[in-house]
Design a protein around this ligand. Structure first.
Ligand code: URA
Length: 210
């Protein structure tokens, strides 16, 4: 994957995202839609994985059949909203190794503060996909990728649902080597750091905390 930004314009993704944005969508529907979209986004973010072949026997004959090359990939969820994307992706890639980075946003400075960091071993040999539904200021995402790089990861992708232009610019500046995949690029951030038009607080909407 070489382009820094990929917009996933598939009609199913766009339709489901519209349902998620609407204020009337219930917590359970929001979660269900997020799980469905995460399958489709996982399909896109893994599109160019290196392949090899394995000798297998079908009931009719032997063949060299395609399989994904290399070590199991790593998924890193930025808590807590990242877990909504993580769960869906794990249904598609159940053998992935999983890490968690806990960062909360200081509401005054909008800067990320770390409270948890547990990452899989041998990150340097794995494709590492960092997930967070909302790429807003880009501060938490860039900080999470700093941690993942410090743990040795070299082949990293960032997967989100919504990106703001400000967050995308921040990621491009901090981590030009990390491609970003998103279902939408929205207009802007508001003065509180929320994506506009956005979908509100992704964590609150998926966990029903507001
Ligand atoms: N985090 C969210 O959950 N929503 C936003 O709009 C921005 C950051």
């Amino acid at each position: 994957m070489t382009d820094h930004f990929t917009l996933v314009e598939h009609p199913l993704v766009q339709h489901k995202l519209t349902l998620m944005r609407q204020t009337g969508t219930s917590t359970s529907d929001f979660r269900k839609l997020l799980r469905e979209i995460s399958h489709l986004l996982a399909y896109e973010v893994t599109r160019h994985l290196p392949m090899t072949t394995r000798r297998i026997e079908t009931p009719l004959q032997a063949m060299d059949a395609p399989v994904i090359e290399g070590k199991k990939l790593a998924l890193v969820s930025i808590l807590r909203a990242g877990n909504g994307l993580l769960d869906g992706i794990l249904e598609l890639i159940p053998s992935a190794r999983v890490g968690f980075v806990g960062l909360y946003r200081d509401e005054a400075t909008l800067k990320p503060v770390q409270y948890y960091n547990k990452l899989p071993a041998q990150l340097g040999e794995r494709l590492t996909i960092v997930v967070d539904p909302m790429l807003a200021t880009g501060n938490s995402s860039a900080a999470a990728i700093d941690l993942v790089k410090a743990a040795g990861a070299k082949d990293i992708r960032f997967l989100c649902l919504l990106a703001a232009p400000e967050g995308l610019a921040r990621m491009r500046e901090a981590h030009p080597d990390v491609p970003v995949v998103s279902a939408a690029l929205d207009e802007r951030l508001n003065e509180k750091g929320y994506i506009v038009p956005g979908l509100g607080d992704a964590g609150d909407r998926m966990f029903g905390t507001k």
